[in-house]
Design a protein around this ligand. Sequence first.
Ligand code: UDX
Ligand code: UDX
Length: 481
Amino acid sequence: MSKISDDKIKNICCLGAGYVGGPTMVVLADRCPKINVFVTDINEKKIAEWNSKDYNNLPVYEPDLDRLVKKNRGKNLFFTTNIKKAVENADIVFISVNTPTKTKGLGAGYASDLKWVESSARLVGEFAQGHTIIVEKSTVPVRTAELIKKIIKNFTRTNTKVNIKPKTFSVLSSPEFLAEGTAIKDLEKPDRVLIGGEDKDSLHILSLIYQNWIPKEKIFLTNLWSSELSKLTSNAFLAQRLSSINAISALCEKSGADVNEVSKAIGADTRIGSKFLNAGPGFGGSCFQKDLLNLVYLCRFYNIDEAANYWEKVIELNEWQKDRISKLIINVFFGTITSKKIVLLGFSFKPNTNDVRESPAISIALELIENGANLVIHDPKVTENQITENIGPNKRNSLNCESTDGSWSFTRNIEEAFTNADAGVIITEWEDYYKLDWLKISNFMRKPSWIFDSRGTISENDLNGTEINLWKVGKGFSLKK
Ligand code: UDX
Ligand code: UDX
């Protein structure tokens, strides 16, 4: 057992104060009161928001995050744009910058763009002092740690001549498995934590830090590449499960089976397990598609084409699911939804987050607008500006403004949204939507009225006494006479 203790660690710096870096560091600071945690970002506005007194407007929305920020900010938790100073003082630097799919160059459309990881490594190399442990938190392609090591090698000085202080590094991979919407819970009680690396002392120190709140048996020490690949593989397996149940949802709709009953039946088999079996409009979020594409790229790189094709199918199925739902809506209106008022309930990729990255709402909205519908979009947390960034400002219109050319508007008022609406589409299963008074809503709507429930949140009984026709994912149509 190494004699090194985590008492040596006084200051931690995190590069990137986004959906992963922000909540992860907030929980770390909360659970390690003796360590000062400096969360940095190149985006000054984001840091100002993290420092804002208005805890309802932190840049990331997660249940319980505001309470923890309030409790710890200014004590041992600091959000700063002074990246240089934070890195200089840090014993450990976490890299939590974004790694989007490359849009051009070699591997475009598949490989991750590592330019931010690279520039972060350079920055640490330049400013770090003494010995620094670099922890890869961002989800990265396998062997990214190699790239970081190569970069920092140029900055390493083992030389201890007068006036030249040594500067050394070790690189660890500790991918984050938190899911948005349950980030704080996932961070406080993770199923497991992975730490990959070769330097035993660094592995031990990071493990001791996690042990402040995570049982030792849940901390797995692996080699670097296993850790990186485990993260990609976890996300690929989860995504594959969703494509599997979504494929079955379409079969249920045709055959008269009910996907909820099928999910329950198969999930009761302990070998399969009951989680992650809810059929939906296709998975979204910043990770699943990106990580699958990465895995496909990696398999092709190593000439394992069959494996690459296998994982690529998971993405194709997901695209098909989104597409079939928008087509189905258009077909219900005999192929023409021009001037139809359609309410989209939910724009975030899942409930309890304001994140819209890769949300199925984006492609469904674009397809319906393209076909001439006037959309009214509602979401409890997502802002109108976020929607504009994702579906463009061109077709943005004021509420109830009719257009034959397709348009969208935004409201936080459900009744206003449904006034004279022809249809509603449930895209995100926000809790608020389970409590809707459909009888009342039905009175606001034009007849024939339709609800398309892509999340299976409504039961037929909820629509008793209304004139609403229902389509439900994995169940199909239930029509009023
Ligand atoms: C993370 C991971 O890093 C990504 O690899 C994973 O797949 C998804 O989760 P996330 O935290 O969700 O990304 O991204 P984002 O919310 O965009 O936050 C990244 C932050 O890093 C941004 O605020 C960006 O401004 C910041 N950044 C980026 C830096 O501070 N420095 C840089 O050099 C680049
Ligand atoms: C995922 C992984 O779960 C997490 O471990 C990893 O660190 C990051 O990627 P996240 O994308 O935040 O987390 O959310 P997740 O709960 O996995 O949902 C992803 C998508 O799948 C969402 O669009 C969600 O609506 C969808 N989903 C999830 C379903 O359609 N059905 C389900 O049963 C579960």
